[in-house]
Design a protein around this ligand. Structure first.
Ligand SMILES: [Zn+2]
Length: 410
């Protein structure tokens, strides 16, 4: 049995001056912080929000009484804004848009991309919170993926793709990419019989999860992305299921489903063929919403408020790593990253707008604090590392039309 690796994902983004959508030069890739790693833990977390402490002043500083869900409606109030009980994080930037945000990715230190459910993709300047560019897409976007960390032999190195997936207006596949050099949204050929729910990448291939309960494989032919194949689970799984999330760890392709399963295939990257492995144990009660990989581990967050974890180097043996306590709030997004002391943390975004922070210590996930940032579902969590400004934190987005960039302060 292993424990959590004593290191985080302090991968570097290119510094703010290089690349980005504004100058259209691209080449701002490399070093996206991967969601990798995890460890062995027992199921029960220490969930004790000390509500009584919330409004007590600390020292000489008085806490702001108007600060709720990450917002203070008193301009220049001067009081302390407390995000979490142990003051481990604080706000860097917060901005609102005109529709619920479905997904976000970090482009570089200066830019993040957010996808609105109404089909708008906005490039936002992190420092100002203002919009740099906007790309309208016809349909409902569910997921973004940025290809900065993809090395493909036949892909020119001076640009990347901001991939988007979702449901087109007629209910079919919406899948495409914005070339950072040309700045034009390009649609992929049709491959799925339904909308896209998730996008990931491995060994230069793009994998997509779909409402048609298959995983699509896509490759770059030197000019554009082409459709490769569809991978389907065992027929007994397909009934009433769709894929909610997809990830690759080593040579295992994994997909989460709306009926709570996490299913796997062995993927042969030489033959480009998949062989079905089956369903991982345990399973969620209700939808398995999100998958992440970290180091040798796979984590799944569910509608049942539980985080399930599997060890890919120990025959995918699985266990419950954490949960959202008695309330069992539905988990909608997951992130593992380190704080400033290089201590690993697990962040769970829930369907009520809260982010629950756990410390990963040895084989345990210990509950630290909830952070109230939003009123509605947290739709994405991504690490945000800014070396030039010495910021280490994360981007979170919500269905309540807002995004917040937070940083660790201790
Ligand atoms: Zn205030």
């Amino acid at each position: 049995m292993s424990s959590f690796p004593n290191q985080g994902n302090y991968n570097n983004y290119p510094s703010g001056g290089r690349g980005g959508f504004k100058n259209q030069r691209g080449g701002f890739g490399r070093g996206r912080g991967g969601d990798q790693g995890s460890g062995r833990g027992r199921g029960h977390s220490d969930y004790r929000p000390r509500r009584d402490d919330r409004n007590k002043p600390q020292g000489n500083q008085k806490l702001c009484k108007f600060f709720q869900q990450g917002i203070c409606n008193k301009p220049n109030c001067g009081f302390v804004h407390k995000y979490s009980y142990n003051d481990s994080i604080t706000g860097v930037q917060r901005f609102t848009v005109n529709a619920p945000i479905a997904s976000a990715v970090v482009i570089n230190e200066e830019q993040i991309a957010v996808a609105l459910v109404n089909g708008s993709i906005k490039i936002i300047n992190v420092y100002t919170g203002s919009q740099v560019l906007e790309f309208p897409v016809s349909g409902q976007i569910q997921k973004l993926y940025y290809t900065a960390n993809i090395v493909i032999n036949n892909m020119p190195q001076n640009f990347n793709y901001l991939l988007f997936g979702g449901v087109s207006q007629d209910g079919s596949q919406l899948l495409g990419g914005i070339n950072t050099q040309s700045g034009n949204p390009e649609l992929f050929p049709q491959g799925h019989a339904g909308g896209i729910t998730d996008i990931t990448e491995s060994c230069g291939l793009i994998f997509t999860g779909s409402l048609d309960c298959s995983v699509g494989v896509w490759y770059y032919n030197g000019t554009q992305y082409n459709f490769g194949t569809l991978i389907r689970p065992d027929p007994s799984i397909i009934n009433q299921n769709f894929i909610t999330s997809v990830k690759v760890i080593g040579e295992t392709l994994l997909a989460a489903t709306n009926l709570g399963y996490v299913i796997g295939w062995t993927y042969d990257f030489k033959q480009n063929s998949a062989s079905y492995l089956g369903v991982l144990d345990p399973i969620h009660n209700g939808t398995a919403n999100c998958l992440i990989t970290f180091d040798r581990y796979v984590l799944s967050g569910g509608q049942d408020g539980r985080v399930l974890c599997w060890d890919s180097e120990n025959n995918f043996s699985g266990w419950e790593l954490a949960n959202t306590g008695k309330a069992r709030s539905e988990i909608s997004s997951l992130l593992i990253m380190s704080n400033l002391r290089n201590e690993l943390h697990l962040l769970l975004g829930d369907a009520n707008g809260k982010i629950h922070i756990f410390a990963l210590q040895g084989t345990e996930a210990k509950y630290i604090s909830p952070v109230h940032l939003f009123k509605q579902r947290v739709t994405s969590l991504s690490s945000y590392i800014n070396n030039s400004q010495r910021i280490s934190g994360f981007v979170s987005t919500s269905m309540d039309q807002a995004a917040a960039i937070m940083q660790w302060i201790k």
